[in-house]
Structure formats: structure tokens, C-alpha cells
Design a protein around this ligand. Sequence first.
Ligand code: CMP
Length: 140
Amino acid sequence: AIERTLSIIKPDAVAKNVIGEIISRFEKAGLQVVASKMLHLSKEQAEGFYAEHKERPFFGDLVGFMTSGPVVVQVLEGEGAIAKNRELMGATNPQEAAAGTIRADFAQSIDANAVHGSDSAASAEREVAYFFSSDEICPR
Ligand code: CMP
């Protein structure tokens, strides 16, 4: 089915100047960018986005990292977009990410791991709506 998923290019990848290389991988895999913006997340925005991780020991570091510089948030659309994006990203820990994935090629650590992608249809719906109103999404 045609799906939408939320992608975030994280502060480490923006700082490395590889926004274009990452978006190019999405496009080459048949995903379309149907919404996009650059943001410097506030603490409140990052805490709200990652609310499900609030009790985890890494929550403070995660919020600190995600607010350390600008990010690019985007909606990707395409056949099986949620799983396809996760395949392109590779494992959360770049040390465990398969060769040729975005995290294997661009990420440093489990915190500075270059990209975020929604992990299910339910989280994709919540995450897309967290950053984009319907008039900011432009399907072709
Ligand atoms: P992301 O897909 O953005 O979702 C939550 C983030 O928490 C994850 O990527 C990692 O960057 C970060 N994180 C840090 N430590 C861990 C951990 N032990 N397990 C999962 N995620 C972690």
C-alpha cells in the first residue's frame, strides 16, 4: 500500500552537510518527499515528539542532542514507505547497521545516528501530524 512516514535528518547529519545525499537515497528508492521543513527544535518540541521514551535512561541525552542544532523533518510517501525507510536507515545503533545503509555510512553513535523514521503505521500517523498540518503536505 502507499504509505506516509515521518523522517528526521538529525543535527549530526545536518552539521555534516549530507542532507542532499540522504534525501537522494530516499528518492532513488522510490520514495517521494511530500512535505519538508528545517527546524531547530525546542526542548518542549523534542520532549513531546519522543514522549514514549520519557522513562528511558537515555531520554535526557536524546532531547539534548535533538535540540543541539537544526534538523530537517519531512514526510516520505510511497509503496511500503514505513518499512522501506527503516531499511534505508539501518539499525538504530550504527555499529549494528548493515553496510550501505544511511546509519552505517553517516552515523557516529546511537544518539548521533543521522536519521529518525517512524516505526509503525500508528507512529507514522502521530509523527506526521506532530510536525505538519494537512495543508503543508503536497502529494503529486
Ligand atoms: P530514534 O529512531 O530517533 O528514536 C529514539 C532515539 O533514541 C533513537 O533513534 C536513538 O538515537 C536514541 N537512543 C539512544 N540510546 C538508545 C537506546 N539504548 N535504545 C534505543 N534508542 C536509543
